[in-house]
Every structure is written in structure tokens, then in C-alpha cells.
Design a protein around this ligand. Structure first.
Ligand code: PEP
Ligand code: MN
Length: 464
């Protein structure tokens, strides 16, 4: 800390400041300039002179070291990476997507969501069991049975689960069922709860209080860290401002700001951050683009009938589309990491063109053949299932890229493969929707003239 005295401060005033510093077990280094005196304060427990700025003759007291001792980069220059089962969050690990319903409502609702988000490539399952609601009359969550369902969904899908803790008395319960403990926005200042989760070794996702500054948020993290739990993940979920167009104002600048201040992973929740389904996708992509380590996204099989936060929950297909977009962004972000071989220069322009023409023809045939096979998969699974398999798609792209020996670099090759996969998915969806529409509404003569359904604002696919 540096204490700057007012110009012309009396010697008595300087002495009083120095003696307070020394009697607090700290050291004072006095530097006398032409106009004013400056005192450097050195020592571990700077907090003991936190109010020194109010002493007579003092103009201001400036902190030079971070008050967030354990959370700050000064304390730990290496970024923290937290492992939860097979998933790792932070320190440059790939973007982690935690998705699921705001509240666990029933086994069917949870399991259908878990299967869907897993299939679309989510890494973790979220679901509220104890809901902190503004109104005491609103749905408060199913409690322990919901935690059990989450643990069963983890068994089936292999995805670790995250749920919000509201009561320190439930810690043992959460230890039994949950992989990440969420501390909600309303409880960011609940220091008893923060200390309690500091006693466990479970990773904690600490949401930003909707009225909290970044400094206050980091001090809340400090409560958990200083109690002995170093597995803290920060989650930006929007703050309350004068703006009414969104439920909260999602402070995405918090991500790069935190990157300069702390080694802890930072996750973004665009669902609570915006409160509107149509804004979740764009803000999720923006969060990934500014370097968030993960996303927390609400997904519901039937958002219109969700018992909490339906307005901001994505329907299944919307979530699938967002995951596609996120993967495209991820490959853009991870460019230049693969070896590029020098191109072979063939001889004779005429011969080369002929060869290119032949290859183009083969490509068209192969793409057509591939599409027919993809459609066969779709038909085999039935019109309500998704024909594609995210994991297989990813493996295809990775396999092709590691085997790449040509003139295209990995990104260009990936562009092409992903375009093929996306077109194939779009084709599968169109055929499935056509089938559904034909069964439900379309008169027979209109069948076959359906165009691809587009998601509406409400997220439902509408038969044309
Ligand atoms: C939630 O994640 O469902 C939730 C209640 O979030 P927040 O604490 O950010 O409002
Ligand atoms: Mn919610």
C-alpha cells in the first residue's frame, strides 16, 4: 500500500500515520518529496490499516497488491484447471458445455433432456433441485428426489452433474449425488454457505451476485479458497442494470477482465444473463468468442410448460443448432495447430484440369451416396430420433485431419467436412420433419412438397 499525504501535511500527521503502521506489525518507508510525503507500507496483513486513508493529513491510500490473495494471478500465475470426471474446465481446455433444465421436474423431463444434450455434445448436465425463487409460492424444486434423478442420469449418460446448493445443512447430500456444487447469484454474499462449501473438495461454481462488482465476486471466491477448497469456477450470469430489454445485462467484458485478474476458470450463463430464448444462442457464441471456459445453458423438452425459466430455456433442436455453431467457432479458434505439408506441384495445366473434373464428378457421387446412407440411418432410427451422431461426426473430422497429407491445412479440410456433415444433418431434419408433418397434418397430395422447417421464435419446428 502507498499512503500519499496532503501537500504541506504536518510532521505530527506523518508521524501518526507511521506509528499506526508500525504498531500494526507492518513496515513504513517514508519518502519526502518537495511538495508532499509518500509512505510505503509493507507487510502481510495490510487489512489492519485498511482505514488509514481517513487519518488527518492523508490524501489517499492506494493498494498496490490485490486484496484477492488466493484468487489473484499474483498468487498463482498458472491458470487453474479443474477436473470433473473426464471433463476438464479452464486453462485452455476446450469449451465445456453444461446443459439441462432450470429445475428437475420429472424423470421423463430430466432423462429426455439428458439424452438429448449428451447426444448433441454437451459435457455436463445441469438441473435445479432446490430452487431459490423470488416468490415463496413459486415452484421450489423437488429437493432430494431431484438429486437422485440427477445421479441416475449421470449413471446412464456418463455426464457429471451440477446442481445448486442453498442450505449448508445439505452439503452431505450434495456430496453424495452431485459433481459440481452451484452457488446461486442470490447466495453469492451468503458467507456461511461460502465457508461451508470451502470445507468440501467438490468443485464449486460460484455465480456472480446480480448486484455484485467483480471485486466483490472475487472476494466471495476468496471465502471458498481460503477455507481450503481450491476448485472454484466463476460464472457470469448477468447483473441488474437500468436496461429492461433483457432480464439481466450479461457482462461479457467480465470474462477478459477476470482473465487479467484471476487464474480461476470462468463460465458464462447466457440463459439467466438474457432471460430470453432468442438471445441465448448469440450470447453463448459471444461468450465463447471472448474466451469463456464454459457455458451453462438451460434446455427443456417443452419450454412453454417449464415450471421455472421457460422463457429462457432452449428447446431441443435449438440447443442442437447452437452446439453446431459452437463447434464451428471452436475450430476457428483452434487454427494453425496442425502440420501443413508443402503442396505437390503437378505438371501440365490441361492434364491437371482433366483430373480435377474427374475428381469433382466423383465427389458429387460420393456426397450423394453419403446422403442416402445418412437418410437410411435416420429412417432406421425413426422420425423422432436424430440420425446423426455427434461423437462419430467429431471422430470423422479428427481422423481426416490427422491423416491429412495434402495441400489443404487442417482448417480448410475441416471446413469442407463440417459442411458435408451440416448439410447431411439439415437433410435428415428436413426428412424427419416432413414425415412428422405428413403424419400429423398434411393431406396426402401435399406430401413431398414440404420445405425444410425453420425454428420459430418459440423454438418449435413448424410443419409447412
Ligand atoms: C439457476 O441456475 O437456475 C439459477 C437460479 O441461477 P441464478 O442463481 O444465476 O439466478
Ligand atoms: Mn433458472
Amino acid at each position: 500500500m502507498i499512503v500519499v499525504m496532503r501537500p504541506g501535511a504536518a510532521k505530527d500527521e506523518v508521524d501518526a500515520v507511521c506509528s499506526l503502521i508500525r504498531s500494526s506489525g507492518l513496515e513504513a518507508f517514508v519518502s519526502e518529496g518537495q511538495e508532499r510525503v509518500i509512505i510505503g507500507v509493507v507487510g502481510v496483513d495490510i487489512e489492519r490499516v485498511a482505514h488509514i486513508g481517513t487519518l488527518p493529513g492523508v490524501e489517499q491510500a492506494l493498494r498496490v497488491t490485490s486484496p484477492h490473495k488466493l484468487a489473484s494471478l499474483e498468487h498463482n500465475a498458472e491458470r487453474t484447471r479443474i477436473a470433473i470426471g473426464d471433463v476438464t474446465v479452464g486453462a485452455g481446455s476446450p469449451l465445456v458445455v453444461m446443459a439441462g433444465p432450470c429445475s428437475v421436474e420429472s424423470p421423463e423431463q430430466l432423462f429426455s433432456t439428458a439424452r438429448w444434450v449428451r447426444r448433441e455434445g454437451a459435457h455436463m448436465l445441469r438441473g435445479g433441485a432446490f430452487k431459490p425463487r423470488t416468490s415463496p409460492y413459486a415452484f421450489q424444486g423437488l429437493g432430494e428426489p431431484a438429486l437422485k434423478l440427477l445421479a441416475e442420469a449421470r449413471e446412464e449418460t456418463g455426464m457429471p452433474v451440477i446442481s445448486e446448493l442453498t442450505d449448508p445443512g445439505h452439503i452431505e447430500l450434495f456430496d453424495r449425488y452431485v459433481d459440481i456444487i452451484q452457488i446461486g447469484s442470490r447466495n453469492m454474499h451468503n458467507f456461511v454457505l461460502l465457508r461451508a462449501v470451502g470445507q468440501t473438495r467438490r468443485p464449486v461454481l460460484l455465480k456472480r451476485g446480480f448486484g455484485a462488482t467483480i471485486d466483490e465476486w472475487l472476494m466471495a471466491a476468496e471465502y471458498i479458497l481460503s477455507a481450503g477448497n481450491s476448485n472454484v469456477i466463476l460464472c457470469e450470469r448477468g447483473i441488474r442494470t437500468f436496461e429492461r430489454a433483457t432480464r439481466n445485462t450479461l457482462d461479457l467484458s467480465a470474462v477478459p477482465v477476470l482473465r487479467e485478474m484471476t487464474h480461476l476458470p470462468v463460465v458464462v450463463d447466457p440463459s439467466h444473463g438474457t432471460g430470453r430464448r432468442s438471445l441465448v444462442g448469440p450470447m453463448a457464441l459471444a461468450a465463447a468468442a471472448v474466451g469463456a471456459d464454459g457455458l451453462l445453458i438451460e434446455v427443456h423438452p417443452d419450454p412453454a410448460h417449464a415450471r421455472s425459466d421457460g422463457d429462457q430455456s432452449l428447446a431441443f433442436e435449438e440447443f442442437g443448432a447452437l452446439m453446431d455453431e459452437l463447434r464451428r467457432l471452436e475450430y476457428l479458434r483452434s487454427n494453425g495447430k496442425r502440420e501443413v505439408r508443402p503442396p505437390e506441384v503437378p505438371v501440365g495445366v490441361g492434364g491437371i484440369r482433366e483430373r480435377i473434373d474427374t475428381i469433382d464428378e466423383q465427389l458429387v457421387q460420393l456426397i450423394d451416396e453419403r446422403a442416402r446412407l445418412a437418410l437410411a440411418v435416420q429412417s432406421a432410427k425413426g422420425m423422432d430420433a436424430h440420425g446423426h451422431d455427434v461423437e462419430r461426426e467429431r471422430q470423422l473430422v479428427e481422423r481426416a485431419m490427422t491423416r491429412s497429407t495434402g495441400v489443404m491445412d487442417a482448417d480448410e479440410l475441416e471446413l469442407i467436412l463440417k459442411a458435408v456433415v451440416r448439410a447431411s444433418r439439415s437433410m435428415q431434419r428436413r426428412h424427419a420433419a416432413d414425415q412428422r408433418a405428413a403424419l400429423r397434418v398434411a393431406p396426402p397430395k401435399e406430401r413431398g412438397a414440404q420445405s425444410e422447417p425453420r425454428p420459430t421464435a418459440g423454438g418449435q419446428s413448424e410443419p409447412s
